[in-house]
Design a protein around this ligand. Sequence first.
Ligand code: PBG
Ligand code: ZN
Length: 319
Amino acid sequence: MSRYRILRKNKAIRALVRETRLHKDELIQPFFVVEGSAKKEIISSMPGIERYSVDTLLKEIEKFIKLGGNAGLLFGLPKAKDNLAKAAYDENGVVQKAIRQIKKHFPEFLIITDVCLCAYMKHGHCGVLDGDQIDNDKSLPLLAKMAVSHAAAGADIVAPSDMMDYRVAAIREALDENNFKDTALLSYAVKYASAYYGPFRDAADSAPSSGDRKTYQMDSANVREALKEARQDVCEGADMVMVKPALAYLDIIKVLRQDLDVPIVAYNVSGEYSMVKAAAQKKWIDERAIVLENLTAMKRAGADIIISYHTQDVLSWLK
Ligand code: PBG
Ligand code: ZN
């Protein structure tokens, strides 16, 4: 028997015995980048998050670095969409331009890029469409070209989020062939078909114009499948694997952490962010306390790294 309250009796002792901590080095902030200049577009469903043109993005990143931020995940909104996602692998595409500028001004800043076709395709699906079916294998060369173009622009880590089979192998092979042997690969290995991506699809203008993503993203009821996906991506050459969304999938994070020995990344997605923001705006919850509790829960479940739209706020709170 023991008096467990002894180790809770004051702030210092609670800090001393705390098992899980948030650290700025493990947090990644997503950024949306649009064509043009002097742009700062409000995203109504994601208060506090904006779409930036490359010039204003540089200012945002400068602020973010001053807060202690090290890493950003880039999403692009192209000038034009077609059925081959041409802007996704154009060396003068919006993400490629943003990477070059960021690296020019902030060479130490870690750049991760989302590799997926949906925001660049007229139909809004993550792969090539043949009639109303996704053609998995025809999507692979496009994804590989996109990843190589990001690496060529200077991206440190490419992160495929499309959920096509074998894309990690295709991308790794293309990177190596093009001599980008040091470009890391973070796979969105375990990505569920989730309603929590709703606000993101407004932000990135990437909602499918017909159908849904259930033939490629995972069924939210499944856990064994998560292990299969993650193990296979590691075999194909993924350096890190992601679970997405995070909060409703903490059990999945835990299973992966126990079974794999690569870093596990949790993506605290747009819907999770927007729900907290909306309730906080109504003063129904204490935003700071809720955010810290949520992110700590992801780490406690086993996440090594967290991608979160709250990162910029969290950095200012951790200071
Ligand atoms: C693109 C992509 C999506 C997200 C990240 N990359 C949307 C989707 O798959 O529909 C979701 C991110 C978020 O909700 O914050 N495939
Ligand atoms: Zn996609």
